[in-house]
Structure formats: structure tokens, C-alpha cells
Design a protein around this ligand. Structure first.
Ligand SMILES: O=C(O)CCC(=O)C(=O)O
Ligand SMILES: [Fe+2]
Length: 346
């Protein structure tokens, strides 16, 4: 079931424009942010520092990239296997052309991996010592490499600001704050451009249940922009455990969801939110247009792979005993991403 109620919006202008705000403003905003994340594992964030023009520009690049012919996009192919998680993964329209019109729910369409319903381009830091970026030749998409590199840096900066807001809202001391900062490595986070093509009513009827099935993100937290009014991102309410709530795109807001590392760090005070990208029921959709295309831009704020994430002792008590052993982020991420790669759904 889906609720119409969007998740609450938090304004973090006092952090993104510190000179025009007081410490008291920041404390109040940080505490409000923490309260929403504690309740939902998600928050809509405004005042993050990205202008409307910057967001439009990011979606314009998303469109220009995915509008390229498949053969051009495949000049920067994601290598087989989960690592390095870089470059283009997508839909071979030519290979699937002959199965596109299948109407049998038992046929090939039904068993097709859900990954066929999206295409993505993964970008890391230019200074990542573990995973190298995989770029298109510059004459295939002039300026894209420079743009995506700058977008990565910009979002990494926003991620640090949001992490500081969480630290202030939690009332961490200096040592705890230092441990929190290790959950965001500018060199090891990840930018993803996503495009979900339009889906026909026929496919909705027969085999398409979701654009991205329910999952958790395994890093610290994810910041995500969604295009226009297409929507579709939903989170499972951590309090009811069943009901899915819409994360509606609201003018310029980014959606932040808690990932596994922040859950472990806080011993479950923040829950890594289960989320999915849904499609409407076939009956709700126009025969001609189907479900329109959708674009999103997530940024996964992550620790360094060598960093061991341990629970802060302030979150451990007799009522809430330690739930997690310390874990090296690289090892954790490798096992989870290997699983996702095998099932091919994220
Ligand atoms: O496209 C979206 O809105 C969600 C993307 C997502 O959950 C992911 O890439 O992990
Ligand atoms: Fe996700």
C-alpha cells in the first residue's frame, strides 16, 4: 500500500549558507533533520546548496548522455563483475527488439532481469585509488568528463555538510564527530546517473512490477535528485515495516536515505531505509503513452574501503544492546554488491 503523505522536508540553509545564520539556527535545523531521519530513515532536504539551474544542468547532462546511440554509450562499458563499479550499464535495444512485443507472462519477458528496465553511468572520484573511472572518448560526448568530475566534487562537498548537520543534531562530542567524518570519504563515494525508459502498458500488464526492486543502500547515506514530476521513489516505513511512502520530488529538494553504515554506526538509531522505484498499476496508465521515462541522480556518500565502521558506544545500552560487529567497509560493500550484481537488480 502506498500513502499519499510525503516524508517531511528539512531546510538546511543554515549549514549551506553559514554566514547568514546563527549557531542556534544550525542546532535547531540539525535536530529537526535527526528527528526526521530517526523516524523515517529518509528526509527531503532543501537548502542543500544546489541551485535550480545546477539541478537542471545535471538532468540535461543525464538526458544528453542516455540519448546517445547504444554503440556510443558502450564505448565506456561497465566491466563484467561488480568491480570496478564504473561506466555504462544498460539496455541493448537491438538485442531485445525481438522480445519487446512478447505478451506471454511465462515467456522470456517474464524472466528478463529487472536491470533491463534501466540504464546507468557510474562515476567515482578522480583520486580513487581502488576504482578508476571509465570515460567515453571526449569526442563522443564533449565536456561530459569535466562536468561529471565537477558534479562529483560538488556533491561530495554537500555530503560533508549534511554529515556535519547530523553530527550537530545528534550532539556528538569532538571524538565522536571525528568518527562520524570517517563515514564520508571524498575519494571513495559514488555518483550515479540513472535513466528509466518509458514502459508500455503491455509490459506493465505482463512482467514489469517495479523499476528498481526494494533494497537498502550499503554505504553511509544516499542523496538523490529526481527529475521533474515523474516520482516513483518509495520507502518502506520503518515503523510499520510494511507500508510504502512516496518520496515525492518537491521543487529542488534532494531525498536523503540512510544506508547500512550509518545504521551500524548508530546501532539502529537511524535505520537503513528499504526503498524501491515503483510503477503504477497497468489500469492507471494510458494505452498510448504508458509510463513516461524517469531520471534520477543518486550520490552514495561512503567511507574509505579500508575504514572499519564501529558503533558509537553512546548508542549502546542495556535496553539497546550492541547489534553489530565492527566491519571493514570494503569487505562489506564487496559482499553486498556481489550479491546485487548476481541477481542483476540494482
Ligand atoms: O532512481 C531512484 O530514485 C532510486 C535509485 C536507487 O535507489 C539506487 O540507485 O540505489
Ligand atoms: Fe538505492
Amino acid at each position: 500500500m502506498t500513502s499519499e503523505n510525503p516524508i517531511p522536508t528539512v531546510d538546511l540553509t543554515s549549514f549551506s549558507s553559514p554566514s547568514t545564520h546563527s549557531d542556534a539556527d544550525r542546532l535547531a535545523a540539525g535536530q529537526a533533520f535527526v528527528a526526521v531521519l530517526h523516524r523515517y530513515g529518509f528526509a527531503n532536504v532543501i537548502g542543500h546548496g544546489f541551485t535550480a539551474d545546477e539541478i537542471n544542468q545535471a538532468f540535461q547532462w543525464n538526458k544528453t548522455l542516455f540519448d546517445l546511440p547504444y554503440a556510443d554509450k558502450m564505448k565506456a562499458p561497465h566491466p563484467p563483475g561488480p568491480f570496478p563499479h564504473r561506466g555504462y550499464s544498460g539496455i541493448d535495444h537491438y538485442a531485445r527488439a525481438d522480445t519487446n512485443t512478447s505478451t506471454s507472462p511465462d515467456g522470456e519477458e517474464a524472466t528478463r532481469k529487472i536491470s533491463d528496465l534501466k540504464e546507468s553511468f557510474e562515476v567515482g572520484s578522480a583520486h580513487d585509488d581502488q576504482q578508476q573511472n571509465i570515460w567515453l572518448p571526449d569526442d563522443t560526448l564533449p565536456g561530459f568528463r569535466a562536468y561529471a568530475t565537477s558534479l562529483y566534487e560538488r556533491l561530495a562537498g554537500v555530503g560533508s555538510v549534511l554529515l556535519a548537520a547530523i553530527g550537530l543534531g545528534l550532539g556528538l562530542d569532538a571524538q565522536e564527530h571525528d568518527a562520524l567524518q570517517h563515514l564520508a570519504s571524498h575519494r571513495h563515494s559514488q555518483l550515479r546517473l540513472l535513466h528509466y525508459p518509458a514502459v508500455s502498458k503491455a509490459r506493465l500488464r505482463h512482467d514489469v512490477r517495479a523499476r528498481m526492486p526494494a533494497h537498502n543502500d550499503w554505504a553511509t547515506f544516499t542523496m538523490l535528485f529526481q527529475d521533474g514530476d515523474s516520482g516513483g521513489l518509495e520507502l518502506r516505513d520503518p515503523q510499520t515495516g510494511g507500508q510504502f511512502l512516496r518520496a515525492q520530488p518537491e521543487g529542488g529538494a534532494l531525498v536523503l536515505n540512510v544506508g547500512d553504515m550509518l545504521e551500524r554506526f548508530t546501532n539502529g538509531y537511524f535505520r537503513s531505509a528499504v526503498h524501491r522505484v515503483s510503477v503504477p498499476e497497468a489500469e492507471m496508465v494510458d494505452e498510448e503513452t504508458g509510463v513516461p521515462a524517469r531520471r534520477s541522480i543518486p550520490f552514495f556518500v561512503s567511507p574509505a574501503p579500508s575504514h572499519t565502521v564501529a558503533t558509537l558506544s553512546r548508542f549502546v545500552s542495556d535496553e539497546n544492546p550492541r547489534r553489530y560487529d565492527p566491519v571493514r567497509f570494503g569487505e562489506y560493500g564487496a559482499s553486498v554488491s556481489k550479491y546485487h550484481y548476481q541477481v542483476g537488480n540494482i
